[in-house]
Design a protein around this ligand. Structure first.
Ligand code: ZN
Length: 293
């Protein structure tokens, strides 16, 4: 299997999970993985929960997170969800070459949906010279997200790590300003492609629901960062802006995914990031799709 492009169908829509690469999160730049991803979990809880995944918190020194974007060919529209990290690291910025290898030119993409303004989701908006990458596309973002990062609110409310993220937003967002459609309620972006409110990870974080011929794909973006977040939906990450809201959003969207048996795409999960959510006790469990054989 090609490990950077994974093709699948949602009803009549032809979809591709496209890798932008991966980033290793480790000290000194980031806290150790368990402390980074599960900031409010006690040591006993971590030992028990991670033990079920054959992981010991103390020995887990590095979390290598894939970055997986989504491309949808939807009735004449070519839609990209998130643009990856661009040149954030030598191990990221692979989106464009993977898209081209799949026979698609950047100018073929007419709609780019940005789930939120963090650098791993907006870095591919521009090239190394700061020029726009997708010249023919209109961009879609949640209004509250755009306002937060561009109005001065982020500078007031973010801590030191958050201010690093703001510096990227100040570089990646202005070039799309003149080709931007902002949504402020759940609505269809295109036929079969719907904006879903998913606040918490960032103030205007957005999920995307795709449906065609009664098949569904729910693109969760960073509603969950690690499969353990399904089992322990109360455990938030240090990068989650509003922990209470994150937990409420998770419960709503994971329940929706489980009840509707939707296919789910999670940006930071092992490639291709696709799977199903099943209820388990008071939480859920991740069932990745089988991609071999
Ligand atoms: Zn992310």
């Amino acid at each position: 299997m090609n490990t950077e492009v994974y093709r699948f169908k949602v009803g009549d829509f032809e979809c591709m999970a496209v890798s932008d690469g991966a980033l290793a999160y480790a000290p000194p730049l980031f806290p150790p993985p368990a402390a980074f991803l599960f900031a409010n979990a006690s040591k006993e809880q971590l030992d028990r929960s991670l033990g079920e995944h054959s992981t010991q918190p103390e020995q887990w020194t590095e979390w290598t997170s894939p970055y997986t974007c989504l491309l949808i060919n939807a009735a004449g529209h070519l839609v990209l969800v998130d643009t990856g990290a661009g040149g954030l690291s030598p191990s990221t910025g692979r989106l464009l070459q993977n898209v081209r290898a799949a026979g698609i030119a950047p100018d073929d993409i007419d709609t780019v949906i940005i789930t939120h303004a963090h650098p791993d989701h907006t870095g591919g908006n521009i090239d190394r010279e700061g020029n726009l990458t997708f010249l023919k596309a209109r961009y879609v973002m949640w209004k509250g997200e755009w306002d937060f990062w561009t109005s001065g609110e982020a500078a007031q409310k973010l801590d030191e790590h958050g201010k690093m993220l703001l510096a990227f937003a100040q570089r990646n967002l202005p070039p799309i300003r003149n080709r931007l459609d902002l949504v402020d309620h759940e609505t269809e972006i295109l036929p079969g492609i719907r904006a879903v409110a998913a606040p918490g990870h960032t103030p205007g974080h957005m999920a995307v629901a795709i449906s065609s011929r009664r098949q569904q794909l729910l693109c969760l973006s960073d509603t969950v960062l690690h499969p353990v977040h399904l089992e322990q939906p109360e455990w938030y990450a240090v990068v989650d802006f509003d922990p209470k809201q994150v937990v409420a959003t998770r419960r709503r969207l994971l329940n929706k995914a489980a009840v509707e048996k939707a296919l789910v795409l999670a940006f930071h999960f092992p490639f291709p990031g696709l799977g199903h959510v099943v209820q388990k006790g008071t939480g859920w469990q991740w069932r990745p799709i089988q991609t071999t054989g």
